[in-house]
Design a protein around this ligand. Structure first.
Ligand SMILES: N[C@@H](CCC(=O)N[C@@H](CS)C(=O)NCC(=O)O)C(=O)O
Length: 240
């Protein structure tokens, strides 16, 4: 049995990490049986989650998890797609991971109110007197990462110009399909599904969420993914 090591539900989402939602969606799309466990960053080979353990073998990183499911279990996530569509979807996936991810991180971690509502909860196990110090230290690290990536050097308005352009590209690539793969989800649907679910998180004050909400096909897409793959959580949310 495959074990997915992730953070677990948080922020009203299947996982606070879009990469962990992505890995879980890949497993769900694959149809392979799996179980979930709370991951330990200190023991993760890349000090990041998600990772999976499959028959004693540890695979870290959502893309390598995908490659493992393909090579070890014979899953073709992009079955039926031609080379051009496969290439387009891979590029879309990396745009989400290498740009949109950092915009989501920026909003959640750098805004004081958003930080208090969300990431601050990660530090609850830290003894109270130390907590402000540790929070400040980790937020400084996140700021350095944002600066190192480059996205942290743009003004808030510039970040949203970039995000809007990417979302428009996604709207175009999705077209009027149910999924990026057409009638059935493809590999990149795990990524787009994860990032749209994360981006629409109502917990945060988020310009990025407003950009997604202004694109009805993406909102409908996120609902479709949630209803299909996380039906219980979605039914609870809709009833609330
Ligand atoms: N390239 C990785 C990215 C995973 C990642 O960035 N995970 C974040 C959570 S969203 C993490 O574990 N961060 C912990 C840290 O950096 O200390 C993947 O695709 O799995």
């Amino acid at each position: 049995m495959i074990t997915l090591h992730s953070f677990g539900p948080g922020f009203g989402l299947p996982d606070p990490s879009p990469f962990c939602i992505k890995a879980e969606l890949l497993l769900k799309i694959s149809g392979l049986p799996y179980q979930r466990a709370n991951g330990d960053l200190r023991r993760a080979p890349k000090r990041k989650l998600p990772l999976i353990v499959d028959d004693g073998v540890t695979i870290a990183d959502s893309s390598f998890i995908r490659f493992h499911l393909e090579s070890r279990h014979g899953i073709d996530f992009d079955a039926g797609l031609d080379a051009e569509r496969r290439g387009t979807l891979w590029a879309l996936e990396k745009m989400l991971e290498d740009q949109i991810y950092w915009i989501i991180v920026d909003e959640r971690w750098m805004d004081d109110a958003n930080f208090a509502r969300g990431p601050a909860n990660f530090f609850k196990p830290v003894p109270a007197p130390l907590r402000p110090l540790i929070c400040a230290m980790i937020r400084r690290k996140v700021r350095r990462n944002l600066d190192g990536h480059g996205i942290g050097r743009h003004s808030p308005a510039e970040k949203m110009v970039l995000a809007a352009r990417s979302l428009d590209a996604i709207v175009g690539i999705l077209g009027n399909r149910d999924y990026l793969g057409g009638e059935a989800p493809a590999g990149a649907d795990a990524t787009l599904g994860a990032f749209m679910i994360a981006g629409l998180c109502p917990l945060f004050d988020s310009r990025f969420r407003e950009l997604v909400e202004a694109r009805p096909s993406l909102v409908a897409y996120a609902t479709r993914i949630k209803e299909r793959f996380f039906p219980v959580a979605e039914a609870v949310r809709q009833a609330a």
